[in-house]
Design a protein around this ligand. Structure first.
Ligand code: SF4
Length: 343
């Protein structure tokens, strides 16, 4: 890889035209190229561009499109997990899920993650770098092309902490929302954070009312800080305070993600404290049957136990659901494919 070459995928349409002008291309060729670049198609797959011209492009420029390095399809529910290779050798994961309401993409925002949550496969696989806005949207474009679908919902819940890559993530959401881009409404985007309070505050000042999804995992400050090192800096009481402000400003309920870990955070005391903290706020608790990750020592709680925990929360006045496990047979938990590939 030659990092000195210009990455055509990172140029705006105007910049692209300017960059290509010395090649003296006819107008229809420029339009063809613009179309392919907007779709995030690799040079080699631009079928109506003559091969000599594709070779010239490869010679002069960096092809920053995402290349599929691995793909697993669930026999259970059709969920597809992709491993994409970035132009510099970094690997990222994305997941395509089919729901009744259409296709939803779970995308990565960083190659790896710095947050170090103890239950997460991404935490153990190291941090590569932030993704650019085009690399985030490129995952959706690549999945749309590969599966012949049109993704209508996006969750920023793949590998990485979105608010640790704030500018690129906001640029992505704006681009994905625009009619010239992916044309996905903000209401169909969900941003998942482990609780970076300054990032949530900044997000509130932007006019992008996406659903905020916060990894909670414990209603007790000390326990949460043991599971998620970031919680030592951004304390639970302050986090809940800012989440309440976010929901009242946007009118959207905050989702609290809660990975149920057997014998760790699924006790009656946990349910009671969750109710005490969250009752009366505009929120929803999403219980996640945790995927066991090698080396973490955590194990999945039994389904009956998760159901009774959910019932307890509902009885206490909270809206609570159990997340449907998608693609269990292909290990769709965040970061596992990447971790295996890197190992
Ligand atoms: S759970 Fe999310 S924030 Fe925590 S280490 Fe994994 S990818 Fe990073």
């Amino acid at each position: 890889m030659d990092i000195r070459r210009i990455n055509l995928n990172e140029l705006s349409p105007e910049e692209l035209r300017k960059e290509l002008s010395p090649m003296g291309l006819r107008e229809f060729r420029v339009r063809q190229l613009e179309k392919w670049m907007a779709l995030g198609v690799p040079f080699g797959q631009m079928t109506d561009i003559p091969s000599a011209m594709r070779a010239e492009l490869s010679e002069k420029y960096l092809d920053g499109s995402l290349k599929t390095a691995g793909k697993l399809v669930s026999a259970v529910d059709g969920t597809v997990k992709y491993l994409f290779d970035l132009h510099d050798g970094n690997l990222i994961e994305s997941v395509l899920m089919k729901y009744k309401y259409g296709y939803s993409a779970c995308v990565s925002t960083q190659a790896g993650c710095r947050m170090g949550c103890t239950f997460c496969a991404s935490a153990g696989a190291g941090f590569g770098r932030d993704l650019t806005a085009r690399e985030i949207s490129g995952q959706i474009k690549a999945m749309n092309r590969d599966a012949g679908v049109n993704v209508g919902h996006v969750v920023l819940m793949g590998v990485g902490e979105p608010l640790d890559n704030y500018d690129n993530v906001v640029a992505f959401m704006r681009e994905a929302h625009s009619p010239e881009g992916l044309n996905i409404s903000y209401r169909k985007m969900s941003l998942s954070t482990c609780g970076l309070i300054p990032g949530i505050e900044k997000l509130m000042a932007e006019d992008i009312p996406v659903t905020l999804s916060v990894s909670l995992h414990s209603p007790f400050q000390d326990e949460r800080a043991r599971m998620m090192p970031v919680a030592r800096k951004y304390r639970l009481d302050k986090l809940l305070e800012i989440c309440n402000i976010y929901s009242s400003r946007t009118g959207r309920r905050v989702t609290y993600e809660y990975a149920v870990i057997s014998g760790v955070n699924d006790t009656d005391a946990h349910a009671a404290e969750l109710i005490r903290l969250l009752r009366g706020t505009l929120c929803h608790v999403n219980l996640i049957p945790v995927n066991p990750v090698e080396g973490t020592g955590y194990s999945r709680a039994r389904r009956e136990k998760i159901d009774s925990f959910r019932q307890r929360l509902e009885d206490g006045g909270l809206a609570a659901t159990v997340r449907r496990a998608m693609g269990r047979d292909i290990e769709a938990a965040c970061g596992q494919l990447r971790r295996q590939a890197m190992e």
